[in-house]
Design a protein around this ligand. Structure first.
Ligand SMILES: [Zn+2]
Ligand SMILES: [Zn+2]
Length: 106
């Protein structure tokens, strides 16, 4: 009797816990996507122009300094330095501003 009651209670607790976890996941997902949208909207409308990128959202790649290529040596040997596409900007010469994430406003 007692044991049966305990397992019954455990089952109820497990069901409630599963429901809560699943529900909070759904709510968290929904609210995070909505708040993200609201944040980006507010940023565009009320945000201050980003000072890091001068409100452009992008700035010159720091790794290749705007060249789009870097000198890379597989053996750290100056004899075999190869020009290769910058891995940070993929040759675009610019990288997305980390301060405003490309919005131009922070
Ligand atoms: Zn680069
Ligand atoms: Zn910026």
């Amino acid at each position: 009797m007692f044991a049966g009651g305990a397992s019954q209670a455990l089952r109820v607790v497990a069901t409630v816990a599963a429901t809560l976890v699943g529900g909070s996941f759904a709510v968290g997902f929904l609210s995070s996507s909505i708040s993200e949208r609201v944040t980006s909207f507010k940023k565009k409308k009320y945000g201050q122009p980003c000072r890091s990128c001068k409100a452009i959202g992008y700035y010159t790649c720091r790794l290749c300094k705007g060249n789009g290529m870097i000198s890379w040596s597989p053996l750290y040997d100056p004899v075999f330095i190869n020009p290769c596409v910058c891995p940070t900007c993929d040759g675009f010469k610019v990288q997305r501003c980390l301060n405003c994430l490309g919005y131009g406003c922070a």
